[in-house]
Design a protein around this ligand. Structure first.
Ligand SMILES: Cc1cc2nc3c(=O)[nH]c(=O)nc-3n(C[C@H](O)[C@H](O)[C@H](O)COP(=O)(O)OP(=O)(O)OC[C@H]3O[C@@H](n4cnc5c(N)ncnc54)[C@H](O)[C@@H]3O)c2cc1C
Length: 413
């Protein structure tokens, strides 16, 4: 009689983070550094993430996020590659009415930093690799093929043949999250009928740390300072405009851009690949299920207009890491219904507020009706003339308001 195959050995973890993108890696570092046995499962091989070439995609990291990354020991590695945003000018088309946000009016720290996504990923991965060992296991490349929640833990099977059991599973697998679908969590979806066009430009004049946010009836355009005489553009073009823009050769595309940007940066040319993504908002109806928490884009993906998607994700990371590390320290269950309910309450309001702001701005400015134009001009004028209101908006965008997790206040867990 044939001998039955030995059962797969099952490794036990406190936390299994599914998805080793920017959000999943940040959470895994916080969790492992805080004393939880942590597993990360990510289909991209680590070597590919470490060697990724320049692809033009960048993220604006707000000061709250920078503090979290500094506390986790990630920021020091990338600081030299982060371009500070000293000023932001928000305005409409060619109108002279603008709001000027100057970092000096709220202190000495920049309003944010622009960092290439590949740099963020490389530095996060390098920090995670430094923690790898009994505290942190990086299964890269690997994939989850089945998830079975039980009363005290979740059983996971991996495509590479491994098996794991975790007290809490975290879905950090992005906007189309498989974990969220398997848990039966529905999403609200909103299609903006806009295409996000992302590119890097080189320009003749220095940007001086200035970010521009210009609103047009056919979609907002953000110009963000990068290291050197380069800027990143994020153009949320309405579908009709995008159909004309996307096929243009680089020179013609740069001309269209120059017309919208004006002469502030001098002559411009494209300095990297162009990307385009259909823009939609997704919001999970719940951020938790038994022994499961959603973080980052798996929980909600917002309009890129305000450059806040990953900053919200980092607030998820800060909040969840704080809850699980505190629970573990006093011997409590890190996946208990009470802990998950606290996470859900903590994060939902913040997300809804930001969805409402970015969605509202996009609608208010994406329309040429006279009454809306008047409201906009009144609004911009009011903000410009009311320093306390301006400072409030700046603190909000800098991720320094609300019930901030300890990591975002620069305190270790
Ligand atoms: C045009 C544009 C500009 C933006 N600009 C900014 C900005 O300036 N500032 C800002 O804060 N945010 C910005 N954002 C938002 C930001 O990019 C996202 O919020 C952020 O990248 C989300 O990271 P994530 O790790 O949650 O998800 P993702 O980046 O989608 O990562 C998910 C990871 O999960 C892995 N994965 C997928 N499926 C599985 C599976 N089944 N098993 C295991 N792993 C899996 C993937 O390989 C991936 O590594 C922008 C977004 C867009 C579209």
């Amino acid at each position: 009689m044939a001998k039955a195959a030995d059962p797969q050995p099952v490794d036990s973890y406190d936390l299994a983070v599914i998805g080793g993108g920017l959000t999943g890696l940040a959470l895994a570092i916080a969790s492992a550094a805080g004393g939880l046995r942590t597993l990360v499962v990510e289909p991209m091989p680590a070597a590919a993430a470490l060697a990724a070439p320049f692809d033009g995609r960048v993220t604006a990291v707000a000061p709250g996020g920078r503090r979290l990354l500094a506390t986790l020991g990630v920021w020091a590695d990338l600081a030299a590659e982060a371009a500070p945003i000293e000023d932001i000018i928000v305005g409409e088309r060619d109108s002279r009415l603008t709001v000027h946000y100057d970092h000096q009016s709220v202190g000495s720290e920049p309003l944010g930093h622009i960092v290439e996504n590949r740099t963020l990923r490389r530095s996060l991965l390098a920090r995670a690799q430094a923690l790898a060992g009994p505290a942190l296991t990086l299964a890269m490349p690997d994939k989850v093929v089945s998830v079975e929640p039980e009363a005290q833990a979740v059983q996971l099977r991996l495509a590479g043949g491994g098996a794991a059991s975790a007290t809490l599973v975290v879905a950090a697998d992005g906007k189309g999250s498989m974990l969220r679908r398997l848990a039966g969590i529905d999403v609200l979806r909103w299609n903006y009928r806009q295409v996000g066009i992302v590119a890097t430009i080189a320009h003749a004049q220095p940007h001086g740390g200035l970010a521009l946010e210009r609103f047009f009836p056919d979609g907002p355009l953000a110009v963000l300072p990068m290291i050197g005489q380069r800027s990143s553009i994020v153009w949320a073009a309405q579908e009709r405009l995008a159909r004309d823009l996307v096929p243009l050769p680089d020179d013609a595309f740069a001309e269209e851009l120059a017309e919208r940007i004006g002469d502030r940066l001098g002559e411009i040319s494209l300095a990297g690949p162009r990307w385009h993504y259909p823009l939609s908002m997704t919001q999970a109806k719940r951020y938790t299920a038994p022994r499961l928490a959603l973080v980052g884009d798996a929980a909600r993906a917002i309009h890129p207009l305000a450059g806040q998607g990953w900053n919200l994700a980092l607030r998820d990371v800060g909040a969840l890491a704080e809850l699980v590390v505190d629970a573990k320290r006093v011997g409590l269950d890190v996946g208990s219904p009470a802990l998950l309910a606290r996470y859900e309450r903590w994060r939902r309001f913040d997300s809804l507020a930001l969805i409402a702001v970015t969605d509202g701005l996009n609608r208010l400015f994406g329309n040429d009706l006279l009454p809306l134009r008047l409201v906009r001009e009144l609004g911009l004028g009011l903000v410009e003339r009311t320093p306390p209101l301006k400072r409030f908006f700046m603190h909000h965008a800098m991720g320094l308001l609300g019930d901030l997790p300890r990591l975002m206040r620069g305190q270790a867990l």
